[in-house]
Design a protein around this ligand. Structure first.
Ligand code: GRF
Length: 202
């Protein structure tokens, strides 16, 4: 039987201020079976690096150059014994070899109801602008697995909210982000604990 103290270890990858990363660090801060082991950013100026330090979580900047060194990057994730990766506003494409190394273990969240309002250029406030311009009556969040086809990995969870006539991209951003914070860690937790159950029986 595996040691129950062995927690599953998450790497959070983020490029910006990292409110979702903070939310994960808090949600799993005293969790029995999952912990945030590491924060990775491509941006040395990202606020998320300071947030990691405040929470006592290790962090590392991986530049475009670093990503060219596949063996070193994989060794780095192995050193931290990373079991799963959570993308939280990570503004760089994930290389195929990393996806292959973590099959069904890389999660992403998109601030709209995919397959609509996804793809190139659809991030941050651009998404909410497009939603308002389109005239749709509802928007929301999509949590999905990352696979080789960008933005097309299997959807795990969606939740929606109404778009009101008086909404602005900014007001939608605030309400959609509330949903992100409420659901993203829970959905990842559910996925990982389900998988872990079967892993323990090996
Ligand atoms: C989130 O809105 C998420 O939907 C998107 O990137 C944003 C990151 O925001 N993938 P934050 O840095 O976690 O506040």
């Amino acid at each position: 039987m595996k040691n129950p103290v062995n927690k599953m270890r998450l790497a959070i990858m983020a490029s910006g201020r990292g409110s979702n990363a903070v939310n994960f660090m808090e949600y799993f801060g005293s969790h029995q079976r999952i912990e945030v082991a590491l924060v990775v950013s491509n941006n040395p100026a990202a606020g998320v690096l300071d947030r990691a330090a405040e929470h006592g979580v290790g962090s590392r900047v991986l530049t475009a150059g670093d990503w060219g060194r596949k063996t070193e990057v994989l060794a780095f994730f192995a050193d931290y014994a990373v079991d799963a990766i959570v993308l939280a506003g990570y503004m760089r494409l994930i290389p195929e070899w990393l996806i292959k190394k973590f099959p069904n273990r890389i999660f992403n969240i998109h601030p709209a109801l995919l397959p609509d309002f996804g793809g190139k250029g659809m991030y941050g406030i651009h998404v909410h602008r497009a939603v308002i311009q389109s005239g749709v009556k509802r928007t929301g969040i999509t949590i999905h697995l990352v696979n080789e086809r960008y933005d097309e990995g299997p959807v795990l969870f969606q939740e929606s909210i109404p778009v009101y006539p008086e909404d602005t991209p900014e007001s939608l951003a605030v309400r959609v982000q509330r949903l992100e914070h409420l659901y993203y860690p829970r959905v990842v937790e559910e996925q990982l604990l389900g998988e872990r159950g079967s892993k323990n029986e090996e």
